[in-house]
Design a protein. Structure first.
Lengths: 403, 304
C-alpha cells in the first residue's frame, strides 16, 4: 500500500507534467463556476502562462489535488491532460481517463477590496497562495524598445493583450501599501514580493524605497517580510538601500547559467546590466549585505542543458544564494513562441536535484519561503513532503475521494 | 496507407575483404548515398561535442551490433561504384565526426582517389563535408581531388548560442566568424551554389535561423538549409524537445522561398544535400511539379 508520501510525489509529478504540457478544456466548462466570487481568478499581472490568449474569459487561478498540492492552470488545447465536469464535480483526466477530482482555489478576501483611489486590489497584487502575494509594479519591460528583451519573456505581449481588459498598469506606492496591508490583515498574508519589467533609466531604486515606506506605513510593520526583485545594478552600493528600506530578502534573476546562452537569450541583461559576470558578482554582494539564505535567483529551466543549470544552482547555493528553477513555458508573444519545453520527466528530475542541492547546503523551509515569489513551487512541495509539514500529514485535510 | 522504402541492391554486396556494403554507405534514396567515415567525434574527449549531437552515444549503442566502424578508402571506393552501377546512384556525401589532429584532409583525398579508380569517373558528384579548417588553403585540395561540392555546417546562426551549443567548433575550429569566412572562401573555390551549410532548426529563435539562411544564400552564395532538431538519446539535450510541427512547417516554407528567391536550382540543391528527400526538396519538387505523381496524373489525363 502506498504511503502518503508516495501519493504526494505522484501528485507532484502530475503537477509538473500538467504545468509543462498544459491542460485542455473548453472555457465554457467554467460557466457555472463562481470565479471572482468564491474562487480565485487568474490575473495577468506579468506573464500569460496559458499557451494561447483568452482575453475576457476568466480562468481559475489553480486547483488543489486530493492531498493538497496546489496546481497552476496552463491552458493548452493540445494537451492530453484535461478537465471534465461530471455531476458538479471537476476532474483532471489524462487521455480521457479520470485521474482525480479537484477543488479550485478559494479567492482571498482582499481581492474584493479597493484602494482609497478606487483601484481594485486584485489588479495590484496577485495572491500566490499560502500567505504570499506578489506585485509587478510595471507590466512592461523597457528592453523591448531596443529589441533586447529576454527571448523567453512575454511581459510586453501580455500587457498588450490584457493590460486594458483587466485594468492592469503602473502601480503607485500608496496603492501597494494599502493592498499589502489588506492582504496581511484579511488573509493572514505574511510575505510580499515586488517585481516587474526593467524600467527605463533604471529608476526602480527610488520606487522600491517609496513602496517599502508605504508598506511600513500601512501595515505598521518595520519588517514586512518583503523580497525586492531587481536587475543587477551598475552601482552595487544601492543594494544596501534595499535593506535599509526594510526588505528582508532580495532577488536578482540570472535566468540562464551558461554565459554564452545568457548573452543570446537575455541580451538586455547582458548588454545593459553589466553582463553575466556582473550578475554573479551582484548576487555575491547581495549575500554580503542581506546574509546567506536571504538572496534568491532564478534559472528558467529547459533552455540550456540540465547539467549547466545544476552547475549554476550548485555554485550559487555554495555562495549563499537560493537559486530557484522555474520550468520554461514557451508562451504566446515571446521570441520562443512555438518552441517546446523539455519533457515532464526532465523537469521532475531537475526539481528533485535542485531541492537536493538546497537541503544538502542547509537551506531551511523558512529561508525558501521568504525568498520565493510563490510558496507552491515543486521545490517548496518537496520540502514539505520530506518534512511532512503539509496539512494532510496532520490530517488537517481529508483527501478528496480519489477515483 | 504507407509503403516502406525499398532496399537498394548494393546493400547485399560485400567489399573484396568481406565487409558488408550496407555498413559502409547508407542509401538516402533517389540516387544519393552517404558515408560517415568515422562514427565518433574527437571533440567528445574534451567535452566539446555539439550539444545536439549523439554520434558517440549511437556508436556506443550500435556499432558492435551492426558492425559499423572506421571505413577504409577502398571500402568506400568499391561501395560507391557498386551503388552507382547497381542502383543508378549519382551523388555521394562523405562526412563524419571530427578526427583527432584534423587528419581528414589526407583521408578525403585518398577516398576521392579510390572512388575515381573504382567508378572510372573523374567527377563522381561528391560532397566533402568538413569542419572549418584553420588553414583555408586546403579547400583547393578538395576540389582538385574531384569533389564537386563542399559542405561546412554552421549548425547555429546566433554567435552566442553557437558558442554554447557547439563548443568544439567554436574553440577548435576558429570560432563562428572563421566558419563564415571558411564558407566565403569555399564559394570562391567551388562557386556559388556548390557550397552547403546546415542549421539545426529549433535551438534558436526562428528569426535568427532565417537571418542566417538569408545572409548565407544572398550574400555568401551558400546553399544553406535546415534540418529539424531531433532531441535524441545520448546527446546533452536528451529530454529536451524540438519546437511544434507547425513551427517547422513554417520554417521549411520560408527557407525554400529564400533559396528560390536567390535563384538556387533543384540540381544545385541535389548536388549539395546529403538526402534528396528532405522537406526542402519536397517543396521544390511540389512547386516544380517534378514528383513522379505529377507525371502519373499527366499520363492518366492523356489516356482519358
Amino acid at each position: 500500500m502506498s504511503t502518503i508520501k508516495d501519493k504526494l510525489y505522484r501528485e507532484l509529478e502530475l503537477k509538473i507534467a500538467t504545468s509543462v504540457e498544459g491542460i485542455s478544456f473548453d472555457p465554457r466548462i467554467f460557466r457555472n463556476l463562481d470565479i471572482t466570487g468564491k474562487y480565485q481568478e487568474e490575473v495577468h499581472c506579468v506573464f500569460e502562462y496559458d499557451h494561447e490568449h483568452h482575453v475576457g474569459i476568466h480562468f481559475p487561478a489553480g486547483f488543489l489535488s486530493p492531498h493538497g498540492l496546489t496546481f497552476p492552470i496552463k491552458w493548452d488545447r493540445r494537451s492530453q491532460y484535461s478537465f471534465i465536469l461530471e455531476n458538479d464535480v471537476y476532474y483532471l483526466t489524462y487521455k480521457g481517463v479520470v485521474i482525480f477530482p479537484i477543488e479550485f482555489l478559494d479567492r482571498p478576501e482582499y481581492y474584493a477590496e479597493k484602494t482609497s483611489d478606487g483601484t481594485p486590489m486584485n489588479t495590484l497584487a496577485v495572491y500566490t497562495r499560502n500567505g504570499a502575494i506578489l506585485t509587478a509594479y510595471s507590466n512592461e519591460c523597457a528592453f523591448r524598445e531596443k529589441g533586447r528583451d529576454c527571448k523567453f519573456c512575454n511581459i510586453n505581449a501580455t500587457k498588450q493583450a490584457y493590460g486594458e481588459a483587466e485594468g492592469i498598469g503602473w502601480k503607485y506606492p500608496h496603492q501597494i501599501g494599502e493592498t499589502v496591508a489588506a492582504a496581511y490583515r484579511l488573509d493572514g498574508a505574511r510575505h510580499f514580493t515586488l517585481t516587474g519589467g526593467f524600467v527605463a533609466e533604471r529608476r526602480e531604486v527610488e520606487y522600491y524605497l517609496d513602496v517599502a515606506d508605504s508598506i511600513r506605513e500601512h501595515t505598521g510593520l518595520d519588517d514586512f517580510n518583503g523580497t525586492a526583485v531587481i536587475g543587477a545594478p551598475h552601482d552595487l552600493s544601492v543594494i544596501e538601500k534595499y535593506k535599509e528600506a526594510g526588505f528582508r530578502t532580495i532577488a536578482t534573476n540570472i535566468e540562464i547559467w551558461d554565459k554564452h546562452l545568457f548573452r543570446a537569450i537575455c541580451p538586455g541583461k547582458a548588454i545593459e546590466s553589466g553582463g553575466w559576470g556582473h550578475w554573479v558578482k551582484t548576487l555575491e554582494h547581495e549575500v554580503a549585505v542581506f546574509g546567506r539564505g536571504k538572496v534568491r535567483s532564478n534559472i528558467v529551466a529547459g533552455i540550456e542543458p540540465k547539467e549547466s543549470t545544476l552547475e549554476g544552482v550548485e555554485y550559487l547555493a555554495s555562495k549563499g544564494v537560493l537559486c530557484l528553477v522555474t520550468s520554461w513555458n514557451p508562451n504566446p508573444g515571446s521570441a520562443f513562441e512555438g518552441h517546446r519545453a523539455p519533457e515532464p520527466e526532465w523537469h521532475i528530475d531537475l526539481f528533485r536535484k535542485v531541492a537536493g542541492i538546497f537541503r544538502r547546503n542547509g537551506y531551511t523551509w523558512d529561508e525558501l519561503y521568504d525568498c520565493s515569489p510563490t510558496p507552491e513551487s515543486p521545490i517548496n512541495d518537496i520540502y514539505r513532503i520530506e518534512e511532512e509539514t503539509l496539512p494532510v500529514f496532520n490530517r488537517q485535510v481529508q483527501p478528496l475521494a480519489a477515483v | 496507407m504507407v509503403e516502406f522504402a525499398e532496399r537498394p541492391k548494393y546493400y547485399r554486396e560485400r567489399t573484396f575483404d568481406g565487409t558488408p556494403m550496407n555498413t559502409i554507405a547508407i542509401y538516402n534514396q533517389d540516387g544519393a548515398i552517404q558515408t560517415a567515415y568515422s562514427n565518433e567525434c574527437a571533440l567528445n574527449e574534451k567535452g566539446r561535442d555539439c550539444k545536439f549531437c549523439n554520434l558517440n552515444a549511437t556508436r556506443n549503442a550500435y556499432s558492435e551490433a551492426e558492425g559499423i566502424g572506421w571505413k577504409y578508402p577502398h571500402h568506400i571506393g568499391e561501395t560507391v561504384a557498386a551503388a552507382y552501377k547497381l542502383d543508378g546512384a549519382r551523388h555521394f556525401t562523405l562526412t563524419g565526426g571530427y578526427v583527432a589532429e584534423r587528419r581528414e584532409v589526407e583521408y578525403y583525398l585518398v577516398v576521392a582517389d579510390a572512388i575515381r579508380e573504382h567508378t572510372g569517373l573523374d567527377d563522381f558528384n561528391g560532397t566533402a563535408v568538413i569542419g572549418a579548417p584553420l588553414d583555408l588553403s586546403i579547400i583547393e585540395k578538395y576540389k582538385e581531388a574531384g569533389f564537386r561540392t563542399i559542405a561546412t555546417n554552421i549548425e547555429i546562426w546566433d554567435k552566442n548560442i553557437f558558442r554554447a551549443i557547439c563548443p568544439g567548433k567554436e574553440l577548435e575550429s576558429g570560432g563562428w566568424d572563421h566558419w563564415i569566412k571558411t564558407l566565403d572562401h569555399e564559394v570562391e573555390v567551388f562557386g556559388k551554389g556548390r557550397v552547403r551549410s546546415n542549421i539545426v532548426a529549433g535551438l534558436e529563435p526562428k528569426v535568427s535561423t532565417l537571418e542566417g539562411i538569408e545572409y548565407l544564400t544572398s550574400k555568401g552564395g551558400v546553399l544553406s538549409g535546415v534540418t529539424s532538431w531531433n532531441a535524441n538519446p545520448g546527446s546533452a539535450l536528451e529530454g529536451h524537445r524540438t519546437p511544434e510541427p507547425v513551427w517547422h512547417v513554417d520554417l521549411f516554407k520560408k527557407v525554400v522561398a529564400i533559396l528560390r528567391r536567390n535563384g538556387y536550382t533543384y540540381d544545385q540543391l541535389y548536388d549539395c544535400a546529403p538526402i534528396p528527400v528532405s522537406s526542402i526538396h519536397d517543396i521544390y519538387r511540389i512547386e516544380d511539379e517534378s514528383l513522379p505523381v505529377f507525371h502519373e496524373q499527366a499520363s492518366e489525363a492523356q489516356a482519358v
